[in-house]
Design a protein around this ligand. Structure first.
Ligand SMILES: Cc1cc2nc3c(=O)[nH]c(=O)nc-3n(C[C@H](O)[C@H](O)[C@H](O)COP(=O)(O)O)c2cc1C
Length: 178
């Protein structure tokens, strides 16, 4: 058996051994994990700006300063994120659910009517957010139907306003546990 045939046979065996989860139920289970909400932005070499609402953001490392997020492989924005030198993670505040919805729908120009300034690599830094992390587009990893982006933070800013949260398919705000 050739190496390629062996690899394909192994991956078919893996698929057969995998549990057959109902995708909708699996999403509901994952929704038990509450998150913040970000909009990740970038500008490609051709000047095309992209941005998507994203809750897969996570901090990874303090030294060096690394963060990650992931994007579905069929996203029309993926090619631009892959070629861009930088991306910006914009962390949304409690009153920015409308902005989150705007960037969660495909559109020709999601930035129309949005206040922003160019950050590192011209990746848009959105106005009125509670934090932004300007990242060098450092590493990419393939994980099933998503591509994971790992960024090295080159600049950041924040202020201590209330974050927008996302849990079980709905936006909300933080209430301290009593
Ligand atoms: C709260 C929330 C979180 C989301 N998180 C992600 C994510 O982490 N990765 C992803 O690929 N899509 C995520 N999405 C969906 C994208 O925002 C949506 O598919 C968007 O249209 C993608 O942009 P594009 O169509 O311009 O590529 C999320 C949507 C919402 C509302």
């Amino acid at each position: 058996m050739t190496q390629a045939a062996a690899t394909q046979a192994a991956s078919e065996a893996d698929a057969a051994a995998r549990p057959a989860f109902d995708p909708r139920d699996f999403r509901h289970a994952l929704g038990s994990f509450a998150t913040g909400v970000t909009i990740i932005t970038a500008q490609g070499a051709d000047g095309r700006r992209v941005g998507l609402t994203c809750n897969s953001f996570a901090s990874v490392s303090l030294d060096p300063p690394l963060v990650l997020w992931s994007i579905v492989v069929h996203s029309p924005s993926l090619a631009t994120f892959q070629e861009a030198s930088h991306f910006t993670v914009n962390v949304l505040g409690r009153s920015q659910a409308d902005l989150a919805m705007k960037f969660a729908r495909p559109a020709e120009d999601k930035f129309e009517g949005v206040d922003w300034t160019p950050g590192r690599g011209s990746a848009p830094v959105l106005a009125g957010t509670i934090a932004s992390f300007e990242c060098r587009n450092a590493y990419r990893y393939y994980g099933g139907d998503h591509v994971i982006f790992l960024g090295e933070v080159e600049a950041y800013s924040y202020h201590r306003d209330e974050p927008l949260l996302f849990s079980r398919g709905a936006f909300g705000s933080f209430v301290p546990a009593s």
